[in-house]
Design a protein around this ligand. Structure first.
Ligand code: ZN
Length: 200
């Protein structure tokens, strides 16, 4: 297909199309919107991207990303230092922060164990996790991992890894989503919800 716009704009579209959730069509629409709003959107976006590009670092404590290390969450003295929430990815950390459910600190694994994808313990941020727990002061480790086979395999692995250090290791409940209807649930979810029922 012949390109409609000049090579510079085409390059912008191609780069935008690599964003998760944006196909070529949406990328074209986003690029047009950016170009039309040159002063209000394109310029500030370009500036913000440059600043983030130049300052982004991985937190030496938790493995999250921020513009400082230790990150702002690790530095926050109002957080309960006895609770550590283990997540697969920074996106999961952000989701939990949006939900305002965590008052502890985090540990980002950077993936989960996967035989299929060849991800072993050495590929994950596990050594730092053991060091943090071994240093003492952590009473509970909450494994906030995905309810997938790999996520649960990783949860079991970490539970055994941390057992010698004595923290309470818990994981998220599986079950009926808020607003969910039983009739629409798959058998796995329904059976997990049934097994993990709680007294009222
Ligand atoms: Zn951190």
């Amino acid at each position: 297909m012949a390109s409609i716009a000049g090579p510079e704009i085409e390059r912008l579209i191609q780069l935008l199309a690599r964003m998760p959730g944006l196909g070529p069509r949406s990328a074209r629409r986003a690029a047009l919107s950016l170009v039309k709003k040159r002063e209000q959107l394109l310029g500030p976006l370009a500036d913000a991207m440059r600043v983030v590009h130049d300052t982004i670092v991985t937190c030496e404590e938790c493995g999250s990303i921020d513009t400082v290390t230790p990150c702002n969450l690790c530095r926050d003295t109002r957080r309960d230092r006895s609770v550590l929430v283990v997540v697969e990815d920074v996106a999961d950390l952000w989701a939990l922060e949006r939900a305002h459910v965590v008052n502890g600190r985090y540990h980002v694994l950077g993936g989960v164990l996967s035989a299929l994808d060849g991800v072993g313990p050495g590929e994950l941020n596990l050594k730092a996790l053991i060091e943090r727990v071994a240093a003492g002061g952590i009473g509970e480790v909450i494994l906030a991992l995905n309810a997938t086979v790999d996520g649960q395999t990783t949860a079991h692995y970490i539970t055994e890894l941390l057992a010698p250090y004595g923290p309470v290791v818990s994981r998220l409940a599986h079950g009926v989503p808020v607003g969910g209807e039983l009739d629409y649930l798959d058998e796995g979810t329904l059976s997990a919800a049934f097994r993990q029922r709680t007294p009222l």
